[in-house]
Design a protein around this ligand. Structure first.
Ligand code: PLP
Length: 390
């Protein structure tokens, strides 16, 4: 490990502050490091491994496609790409899907769609995109501009122009922005993930959707982290009874392979034409075959189970010693701890549980099908660690 660590430090770009652990194998919600130490995985590679590590169903779907053809380019038809797009549209009531490889790319596509729609409908001066303070939408220069957290912006100016951030929950601020800017689109997360696992207020989201409808502004919901069953609905917006014009998703839909989707509703289904957008790997048949297997399993029974597991986590942690509050939705949980979050995550790792942080909180994003006994074991360890004073 120390050799690997020094090779990694020397040759991999210095953008990630890794834990001193090498994950070498796993099954479902259990992973092992290079010394054979066992961990319960409460992070799933940041909401990516929807059904855990080396899941049999996903693995079979991926390897079957891999043995047929791994890539064709978008010059040709492939079955997994077309089938996945049909499934996504049927499950959401939306009309078309653009496939990319990541959450940032899905959001880039959504932003391009909203700007083209507004330019054609109202004029090219209608380019402003409103996003929320404390949001996170990606690391490309445009999605950084969309991200409502200044510290991500500082060293990378100038970012793509035309982005305005308003405070979450403040509909008056949004009305004012729409009055004073020529707005093409509104982009938001129903539950802010990187921002600290904070769910939006339902009345606020309904007001936002109503305003977007009234002003013919494209409403884009970023479901990169919240999507694909994570919050107890297929997509988190479904918990709020709103109808977006564009839904973006990535992470969990690929189940461990890179896939990003911009799902386009009726209003914008025909906005993109030949040559307007593209991606060499977008809609890759192996990634899409895996995604079909993931989506097929996110049915009502699974979503009910996600909610049950969520209730268990909330009720176990809510009044536990050393825990100030628990936030989030479904299996996307933020824990405000008395001890610093990074210290809790480190102590949990020592005790055999992998957790994440989100700002000052401990964040949990377990597999949607984490077995109850493993979930209980992990929660007991987290509780014990939070209760310990140092
Ligand atoms: N949007 C949200 C809400 C996210 O949580 C993330 C990543 O954490 C992104 C976009 C960016 O996704 P990616 O890292 O796949 O580009």
């Amino acid at each position: 490990m120390s050799d690997l660590k020094s090779i990694d430090k020397q040759y991999v770009a210095n953008t990630y502050n890794r834990f001193p652990v090498q994950i070498v194998s796993g099954k479902g919600s259990v992973v092992f490091d290079e010394n054979g130490k066992r961990y319960i995985d409460m992070g799933t590679g940041i909401a990516v491994n929807s059904f855990g590590v080396a899941d049999d169903v996903w693995q079979a779907a991926v390897t079957e496609q891999l043995s047929k053809v791994q890539h064709t380019s978008n010059l040709y038809y492939t079955e997994p790409c077309a089938r996945l797009a049909k499934m996504l549209c049927e499950r959401t009531g939306m009309k078309k899907v653009f496939f990319g490889n990541s959450g940032a790319e899905a959001n880039e596509c959504a932003i391009k769609v909203s700007r083209k729609y507004a330019a054609e409908k109202k004029g090219s001066e209608y380019f402003t995109i409103v996003t929320l303070e404390n949001s996170f939408h990606g690391r490309t220069l445009t999605t950084l501009a969309a991200t409502g957290q200044d510290h991500y912006h500082e060293l990378f100016q100038p970012l793509t122009p035309g982005f305005v951030h308003t405070p979450a929950g403040d509909v008056e601020a949004l009305y004012e922005t729409v009055r004073t800017h020529k707005v093409a689109g509104i982009l938001l997360e129903c539950v802010q993930g990187e921002g600290g696992v904070i769910a939006q207020d339902a009345a606020y989201l309904r007001d936002v959707a109503e305003l977007a409808e009234k002003e013919d502004i494209i409403l884009m919901i970023d479901e990169v982290q919240t999507g694909n069953g994570r919050t107890g609905a297929l997509y988190a917006y479904m918990n709020y009874g709103i109808r977006p014009d564009v839904v973006t998703t990535a992470k969990g839909i690929g189940g461990g392979l890179p896939l990003g989707c911009a799902i386009l509703g009726e209003k914008v289904e025909s906005v993109l034409g030949f040559g307007d957008h593209g991606s060499t790997f977008g809609g890759n048949p192996v990634c899409c075959a895996g995604a079909i297997s993931i989506l097929e399993r996110i049915d009502n029974a699974l979503l009910e189970d996600v909610k049950k597991k969520s209730d268990y986590i909330f009720s176990s942690l809510k009044d536990a010693k050393g825990i100030r509050s628990v936030s989030g939705m479904g299996l996307m949980i933020g824990i405000e701890t008395e001890r610093p979050a990074a210290e809790v995550v480190g102590a949990c790792m020592d005790a055999g549980v992998l957790c994440l942080t989100a700002k000052h909180k401990v964040r949990l994003l377990p597999a949607l099908n984490i077995p109850d006994d493993l979930l209980h074991e992990a929660i007991e360890i987290i509780k014990r660690v939070c209760a310990e004073t140092v």
